[in-house]
Design a protein around this ligand. Structure first.
Ligand SMILES: *[C@@H]1O[C@H](CO)[C@@H](O)[C@H](O)[C@H]1NC(C)=O
Ligand SMILES: *[C@@H]1O[C@H](CO)[C@@H](O)[C@H](O)[C@H]1NC(C)=O
Ligand SMILES: *[C@@H]1O[C@H](CO)[C@@H](O)[C@H](O)[C@H]1NC(C)=O
Ligand SMILES: *[C@@H]1O[C@H](CO)[C@@H](O)[C@H](O)[C@H]1NC(C)=O
Ligand SMILES: *[C@@H]1O[C@H](CO)[C@@H](O)[C@H](O)[C@H]1NC(C)=O
Length: 465
């Protein structure tokens, strides 16, 4: 007993684990959850372009830091989070001070947590991250060696972005949001029943509720396109259009789906989504409160628990070269509003050591580089060989749904190339973003297009915008 205790203490000393310090539970490489459920996240401070985010100097030594993602620097730092160049070394000679994954994160006080990084060698480091609501710019400083532990280097990072807050649910489409702490989606698609919407009893009447696509027109003409339709006697009132749904996370961390009538903004609804794993089959509506033209209600469901509700199986049937209709009645995904043969989407990227410019235009295709890319949907320009290659015809091979995302597969029989375009629905993405995401086999490429037009019914289905 005594011996095993001694071993524990020795182990703790050797590995440097905190024995009594309170831990901030690691969520990923650069965020952690405190006991009260709030999250300290360095995501907004990280450099996502493969470089470092912060540089600091201390008595002639130079330090580089990037939380979340690794970077390369000098001779010895490859895919690291902390790197140093000692003052007596040549400028490109570096040493690793910390890998991307911290070994643990401890709570220092109400505004500070410490990220402890190991190097795998004798040296390690600790970054004290302090929340300062007043800080306009983040400050990263080196403080040299820990006076109590000579192989440890101490840094401080102070920022308003490092303050503990509840995870926010970021809007995906009109009835799905994704938690920014990586815990998953809140997804109401399973509950879409336009013909037989959910009924919520309110004083003097009934509220019909159907998230995602709204109630069917046969409920009442007044409620066409409404997700929330109030019936009192013979009158129907639209208390929120399906296409107005917006997710808001309040200061308690509760996720609220807010609606308004798009024709009359005084008519609104707030649905507070409460995670309830026992409400597996049907949602449970509680505490409805109706005043004037505003409804607030709580919806308890397993689908309000992050990552717990599956997308129902769906297919998307092609209407033409760049739009398809979803099988569950939630609408049409159409890229027509993005079609412009004269200004194709472009991305420059390096693959297999060669720089390429990739071009894409949906619907009516594009023509670049004389014969090579004539009337195609995608084209690649190889900067070394100075050659254009067609990637796929205007007509896609298939529209496939994968985990709620639409993948359009294209190929070009003549050049033997093919590519998949993954559409990412983000209703806040009014400026579409096109990116090359990799090449799998030879002559087969992957791209991603993030746009609100990847969400059902957010963009016009024909050429009209
Ligand atoms: C918390 O700890 C940090 C680092 O040790 C220190 O700079 C800061 O003043 C402390 N803040 C409070 C509120 O104790
Ligand atoms: C949660 O705890 C942290 C650290 O003690 C504190 O700064 C924060 O204000 C607390 N947040 C809430 C909502 O209680
Ligand atoms: C609307 O139509 C569907 C079938 O098309 C039917 O099942 C449903 O009962 C109708 N709803 C109302 C309120 O009439
Ligand atoms: C472009 O290619 C598509 C098939 O991918 C074809 O249907 C269309 O007629 C072609 N247009 C022109 C102008 O050649
Ligand atoms: C493209 O997507 C289809 C359907 O999901 C899949 O079968 C195929 O392997 C993918 N091809 C590439 C090149 O990614």
């Amino acid at each position: 007993m005594a011996a095993s205790l001694l071993v524990c203490v020795l182990l703790a000393l050797l590995t440097g684990s905190p024995t009594d310090a309170q831990l901030c539970q690691k969520v990923d490489a650069c965020s952690c959850k405190l006991d009260n459920g709030t999250v300290v996240s360095l995501h907004s401070l990280a450099n996502t372009d493969g470089g470092y985010a912060f540089k600091a100097a201390w008595e002639g030594d130079t330090f580089w830091y990037n939380p979340c993602f690794g970077f390369d620097q000098g001779s010895a730092c490859h895919d690291v989070s902390l790197c140093v160049n000692w003052k007596d070394d040549p400028a490109d000679r570096t040493e690793l001070l910390g890998t991307v994954q911290p070994s643990f994160i401890t709570v220092i006080n109400s505004t500070t947590v410490a990220f402890k990084y190991d190097s795998g060698f004798s040296q390690d480091s600790e970054v004290y991250v302090t929340c300062d609501e007043q800080a306009i710019e983040p400050t990263f400083l080196s403080h040299g060696k820990d006076p109590d532990y000579s192989n440890r280097y101490i840094f401080t990072l102070t920022s308003a972005d490092a303050c503990a807050r509840h995870a926010q649910c970021k809007q995906v489409d009109r009835c799905t949001c994704t938690m920014d702490d990586g815990s998953g989606n809140l997804n109401l698609h399973t509950f879409s029943r336009p013909e037989k919407p959910w009924e919520i009893a309110v004083p003097g009447g009934t509220v019909y509720y159907n998230p995602c696509v709204g109630v069917s027109a046969n409920i009442s003409d007044t409620c066409k396109g409404a997700a929330v339709c109030l019936k009192q006697g013979d009158t129907f009132v639209n208390l929120g259009s399906a296409l107005s749904g917006v997710f808001v996370t309040d200061e308690n961390g509760d996720v609220i789906l807010e609606y308004q009538n798009l024709q009359d903004e005084t008519k609104t609804t707030k649905v507070t989504l409460t995670c309830d794993p026992s409400a597996r089959v049907e949602p449970v509506f509680e505490n409805p409160s109706l005043s004037e033209s505003h409804l607030s209600v709580t919806m308890k469901s397993v689908c309000a628990c992050a990552g717990s509700c599956m997308f129902p199986a769906r297919t998307c049937t092609a209407d033409d070269t760049c739009s398809c209709k979803l099988s569950d009645g939630s609408g049409t995904i159409s890229l027509h509003a993005l079609d412009n043969p004269a200004a194709a989407f472009k991305d420059v990227a390096t693959t297999s050591g060669v720089e390429y410019t990739f071009y894409y235009n949906p619907c009516s295709g594009l023509t670049v580089g004389l014969e090579a890319c004539m009337n195609v949907s995608g084209c690649a320009y190889n900067h070394v060989a100075q050659r254009y290659t067609a990637l796929g015809t205007v007509q896609p091979d298939a529209f496939t749904l994968d985990d709620g995302r639409l993948i359009i597969a294209y190929s070009d029989k003549q050049s033997g190339t093919s590519y998949n375009l993954t559409l990412v629905c983000d209703i806040t993405a009014t400026n579409p973003k096109f990116a090359f995401t990799g090449s799998r086999l030879q002559n087969s490429y992957d791209f991603m297009l993030t746009t609100k037009c990847a969400c059902a019914d957010e963009c016009a289905t024909n050429g009209l915008k």
